[in-house]
Design a protein around this ligand. Structure first.
Ligand SMILES: [Zn+2]
Length: 60
């Protein structure tokens, strides 16, 4: 059996600075940055990531 957290999702976000589209994980213990311009897309909070970028799509 694969144990998966029901709240774990992949989010497709758009960087507010350079409009780069990037898929990020919403449950990360690290700060997620835009691969193009280094803008912060998500910051770690207590287990979940606080998404700083605009979410355009949610992949369950
Ligand atoms: Zn960017």
């Amino acid at each position: 059996m694969i144990s998966e957290q029901p709240t774990s999702k992949f989010l497709e976000v758009v960087c507010s600075k350079c409009k780069n589209e990037q898929i990020i994980f919403n449950k990360s213990s690290k700060t997620i940055k835009c691969v193009v311009c280094d803008n912060v897309l998500a910051e770690p909070t207590g287990g979940m990531s606080e998404i700083k970028a605009k979410i355009i799509k949610v992949h369950g």
